[in-house]
Design a protein around this ligand. Structure first.
Ligand SMILES: C[S@@+](CC[C@H](N)C(=O)[O-])C[C@H]1O[C@@H](n2cnc3c(N)ncnc32)[C@H](O)[C@@H]1O
Length: 457
């Protein structure tokens, strides 16, 4: 964990940054002694599709927090803020900043041996950030020069890195610099991890706005290997039905409003991804699925998971059941939320015909309607159902979505915006749908996931 003196933190957002922001706010505004959070509303001081900066009164346990956040790539601690003129490049603004004392005190801890350090630049200036599909972290080079004042943001990490390296080398320090790939401004978390930057030196991050530049030090990066293990090393897989990525499962669970020890239900649990992620977040979990083979897959996976992640016995239970008849299995269970991928209908490798989409939507709406009527039997007032419904990806930016989510009508639920209107107004770059949901997609997939939150009245 980083030292406690600074109270500004920056969170590097994942590819689908709207979901990253939704999850982050939900987690940061929930009291949690384990991470140092008090449950107070967070104070966002800067944000772009790449990074969000907050101010907080108490230090955060960044290691613990990082493990909980599926949508956050890195957590940084802000060290300083340096004013700059709009026309100045980043390295010009920081020309006199990286003094030996500043570097030694704030960025590099004592390390005997060759220091490894990396440098990343994140853009806070919206004119420079071009991620139209929520998926492209790189600055659009075609725009470069037209609407920006930096000389060349792609050269900045190298220029800054060389500046720092020179100061350290002049001090007699043997040092190696790790730079982002040529078409990127920042280091991937895998590069930070593989080069042991946080153990043997530092990753120094620069958050560049129009008139000020934040300097920051990376506290933690997402454990990409562990997410891979939780996905691909499981004994049972189900490519036909599709499996939700563990990161997205974690985001959905974090949107459920539950706290450690609460019981969640996934009534379309498949091979158990949401259940395993719930266990890792400290929840108890019940899973059911209409398909016996899926439940067998869940059993195998969760047995493996329990051993691998040292989950105490008795934290989950699985049953074969139709979601529309699940209430009778839950008598006496204190379910605090339903978190589920639902079923998304058929998976396609080519864009389906409109009639096929219309039929899928109709069938699913009927299933969802009956399922939500069933969940209403056991969900307490104010509890949530967080669910994915399918959205067919027409092209990079547009989707055919369920015409409406009125399957909850008359069943005693309200829809909850995935991000509150006040924050959405403050962060106009967020990609929210008109009905307050957000879409998780992958470039190779036609069936994307629209994530919606319903609250029991
Ligand atoms: C997309 S998969 C869920 C995958 C799961 N999230 C995972 O990562 O393993 C949807 C699941 O819904 C189940 N299902 C479909 N209709 C159902 C119903 N009426 N009741 C319960 N489960 C159902 C399917 O058997 C399938 O396992």
């Amino acid at each position: 964990m980083c030292a406690n003196v600074f109270m500004k933190y920056a969170f590097v957002l994942g590819r689908v940054y709207t979901l990253s922001v939704a999850e982050l706010i939900a987690v940061l505004e929930k009291a949690d002694a384990g991470t140092g959070l008090t449950g107070e509303p967070i104070r966002i001081i800067e944000a772009s599709p790449e990074v969000l900066v907050i101010e907080i009164d108490k230090p955060l346990m960044t290691d613990r927090l990082q493990k909980k956040l599926g949508g956050i790539i890195k957590i940084l601690q802000i060290v300083d803020v340096v004013q700059k003129r709009e026309q100045d490049s980043i390295n010009f603004a920081l020309k006199h900043y990286f003094k030996p004392s500043v570097l030694k005190k704030n960025f590099f801890k004592d390390y005997k041996g060759k220091v490894q350090f990396g440098i990343s630049v994140y853009l806070l200036d919206m004119e420079l950030v071009k991620r139209p599909n929520g998926g492209n972290h790189a600055v659009n080079r075609a725009q470069k020069g037209k609407e920006q004042n930096f000389s060349n943001p792609f050269g900045e990490p190298k220029r800054l890195g060389m500046m720092i390296k020179k100061v350290m080398t002049d001090l007699g320090q043997s040092i190696r610099l790790v730079l982002p790939e040529f078409n990127s401004l920042s280091l991937a978390s895998v590069v930070v991890t593989k080069n042991l930057l946080l153990q043997k030196g530092a990753e120094i991050c620069i958050l560049a706005g129009k008139t000020q530049v934040y300097t920051a030090k990376t506290c933690t990066v997402q454990d990409f290997e562990d997410y891979g293990r939780r996905d691909y090393q499981r004994p049972a897989r189900d490519e036909k039905q599709g499996m939700i990525p563990p990161k997205v499962a974690q985001i959905m669970l974090n949107l459920s409003g539950c706290k450690s020890g609460d019981v969640i239900l996934d009534p379309f649990c498949g091979i158990g991804t949401l259940i395993q992620e719930a266990l890792l977040l400290g929840y108890k979990a019940l899973g059911s699925d209409i398909n016996k083979l899926a439940i067998r897959g869940s059993e195998q996976n969760l047995e493996w998971f329990r051993n691998r992640y040292k989950i105490p016995p008795g934290k989950y239970h699985l049953e074969t059941s139709d979601a529309r008849q699940v209430a009778k299995l839950l008598i006496g269970q204190n379910i605090k939320a339903v978190v589920t991928e639902g079923t998304l209908g058929p998976i396609y490798s080519e864009y389906p015909k409109p009639a096929e989409i219309a039929k899928n939507f109709k069938d699913l709406q009927a299933l969802y309607k009956e399922s939500f009527a069933e969940f209403a039997k056991f969900l307490p007032a104010k509890s949530r159902a967080v669910m994915c419904v399918p959205a067919y990806r027409r092209n990079r930016d547009s989707y055919e979505m369920l015409p409406d989510l009125d399957f909850i009508n008359g069943l005693g639920y309200n829809m909850v915006d995935i991000i509150s209107p006040a924050i959405a107004k403050k962060l106009p770059f967020l990609r929210l749908t008109e009905r307050g949901t957000a879409i998780y997609d992958r470039k190779d997939q036609i069936v994307a996931r629209e994530i919606a939150i319903f609250e029991k009245q």
